[in-house]
Design a protein around this ligand. Sequence first.
Ligand SMILES: [Mg+2]
Ligand SMILES: [Zn+2]
Length: 256
Amino acid sequence: MPDSKMSFVPPAPANDWLVICDFDGTIAHVDVTDGVLSRFALPQWEAIEADWKAGQIGSRECMARQVDLVRAPREALDAYLDTVEIDPDFPAFVADCRARGLEVVVISDGIDYSIRRILARHGVDDLPLASNRLKLLGGDRYSLEFPEANTKCSAGSGTCKCQVSGRRASGRSRLLIGDGSSDFCLAAEADMVFAKDKLLTRCIERNLPHRACPDFASARQLLQRLERRSVHRARGGAELHPSVSPVISLETLVNG
Ligand SMILES: [Mg+2]
Ligand SMILES: [Zn+2]
């Protein structure tokens, strides 16, 4: 991140982080959107998926077309969603963050209806959520709307995580926890990434500040360490090295 960008705002307090969690593959072990499509969409959904995987269309176009193909009575959709488990340590992770005064938000390129229902079943339904919006058209039909899309973001995703989180953070450092390509645009800007799978590979390839984080049990431990290091930085590091940008400092402190 260029220093010029940081110089316009005073640095956030070291422990003042916005914690941004991906949903599919991170909070939920599975990709719930894929779960819905594989059960309820007309077979053409897979050709659209192949176009997305080949980079021919963005996830926004991909999901809009795929959700048009879903044929599921609401009760059938709900019955599937009620089988989806989340990482068992996620509620405790949220409690840890709140005990430290850190805000946790869910920012997902998945489907708001699914996420809210699944989180509610696990007692964590009070988290702010930014996601694609499912419109119930009646009967067994649905469409997807994209209130958080950003045509300026190269990712072409339905929900642009870099834009939404930047607005929400308003000066706080951003910690991203995620696993996949929907996290890439934000990972390039985040102050720290707890990453697994494709996102971990991306962070390594692009030399982004990160820690390998396979699950929320691991995230709970990393959070303690992050906070300790941040406090350490606030007490001495920043004063000793005022010209070092926060991103570099954190990368050195947390990865080093
Ligand atoms: Mg994901
Ligand atoms: Zn973006």
